[in-house]
Design a protein around this ligand. Structure first.
Ligand code: FES
Length: 104
């Protein structure tokens, strides 16, 4: 799958990320700034928050309760907020676009 990351400065990084990896892992493995993933992917830190483009929201499983709870604690939450560590890529996700929330 091809993942486009829109960074806080408005620039984009377009990366090929392996099936079975998460959007977070693709970012961390390629030094994409703004996805820190402090908890390593266990849906407990919130530092992998992204906004998922409408075009590909339906490709991912619905959030688990712990993800929803964590996102609701974020001031930056939007209806398309997700934790990128819970967004696992598959063949269905040919093109995924995520926006990294700004600083404020
Ligand atoms: Fe911590 Fe996703 S990496 S919540």
């Amino acid at each position: 799958p091809i993942v486009t990351y829109v960074l806080r400065d408005g620039s984009t990084r377009i990366l090929e990320v392996a099936n079975g990896s998460s959007v977070m892992e693709g970012a961390v493995g390629n030094n994409v700034p703004g996805i820190d993933a402090d908890c390593g992917g266990s849906a407990s830190c919130g530092t992998c928050h992204v906004y998922v483009d409408e075009s590909c929201r339906g490709l991912f499983d619905a959030p688990l309760p712990e993800e929803s709870d964590l996102l609701q604690c974020s001031d930056a939450m939007q209806s398309n907020s997700r934790l990128s560590c819970q967004l696992f890529l598959s063949d269905e996700c040919t093109e995924v676009r995520v926006v990294i929330p700004g600083m404020g």
